[in-house]
Design a protein around this ligand. Structure first.
Ligand SMILES: [Zn+2]
Length: 300
């Protein structure tokens, strides 16, 4: 498999149909306290669905977030494919990042063909090192989709190697291992997702949906086609954005609700409508409570 270097990062100037959408204006953060968050998804749109809400919150506070799609998404459509689809999805990812004020990188590995090779592991090690990450987010390695599964495995495989100078020596190793956490999922075997951290995203749910709305090829074409619901997607952009909220903004699960109540107290925790949750990975730095509070400055 031919693998090229990073091909897309967020560009501020975009002559896009959504150029009028407001861009987050970061608040000043004291020097030395800016957090560096990096999230890995298999496809351009995966990170958005799992962490778009907290990404908007970090960006609004002036922290730095990079989303990385490990594949270029060139298989994710019913009538398009190859380089043309990869280019379309790269542009969608760039626009999604622009809408909330984060970077979006799309690695040029083929969609549907991802394997946990040494080559891709090194791409991920370099991304984490270059970003000087404090927190790394990724899927658990027991997802239904092989690309998701191997993205989880690849990030686990990088979780110690990022501090080993002789591995990928062209990119300086980190002196401190980041904290690694998993995105929420619904898979039960061999063990269900266990939410260690749950964050209310009520005040940024529209920003998250704006981000997802940028992935037109996925939200309004491919995913509804897979589900057999393509006929229900409105054609009008305003109506379909409303449809997105109705179909894609899910309420917290019982386990996430319990985690919210633990963090926010019963009254606030039970009132949360939308949340994102994360499970601490056993690899990398295991965070104590003080580190968790530092990494999630928007928790009460
Ligand atoms: Zn995916």
């Amino acid at each position: 498999m031919k693998i090229l270097p990073v091909v897309a990062v967020m560009a501020l100037a975009a002559a896009s149909a959504h150029a009028q959408a407001p861009r987050a204006t970061p608040a000043p953060v004291a020097p030395g306290t800016v957090l560096h968050i990096i999230a890995f998804g298999a496809h351009p749109d995966d990170c958005d669905q799992r962490a778009g809400g907290i990404a908007a919150k970090y960006a609004a506070l002036g922290h730095r977030v990079r989303f990385v799609a490990v594949t270029n998404g060139d298989a994710g459509h019913q009538t398009e494919g190859g380089g043309a689809l990869a280019a379309r999805r790269r542009a969608e990812a760039r626009e999604a990042g622009r809408r909330i004020g984060i970077e979006y990188v799309v690695l040029d590995n083929h969609d549907g063909e991802l394997l946990p090779t040494l080559n891709v592991r090194e791409q991920i090690i370099r991304q984490i090192r270059q970003w000087k990450a404090d927190l790394v987010l990724a899927p658990r390695p027991n997802d239904y989709h092989p690309d998701h599964r191997y993205t989880g495995a690849l990030v686990q495989d990088a979780a110690y190697m990022v501090v080993v100078p002789n591995v990928a020596p062209d990119t300086p190793a980190l002196r401190k291992n980041p904290v690694f956490m998993y995105f929420q999922d619904g898979f039960q075997k061999p063990n269900p997702f266990s939410p260690d951290i749950a964050v209310s995203i009520d005040e940024v749910i529209d920003k998250k949906l704006d981000m997802m709305d940028a992935h037109v090829s996925q939200m309004y074409e491919w995913l509804p086609w897979v589900d057999g619901s393509l006929e229900t997607v409105p054609r009008d952009p305003v109506a379909r954005r409303r449809w997105l909220r109705e179909t894609r903004a899910a309420a917290p699960t019982a386990a996430v609700r319990a985690a919210l109540v633990k963090r926010y107290g019963a009254e606030r925790g039970n009132a949360v409508r939308y949340a994102e949750a994360f499970e601490i990975c056993e690899y990398g730095t295991r965070p104590d409570e003080a580190t968790i509070r530092k990494l999630f400055p928007f928790l009460p």
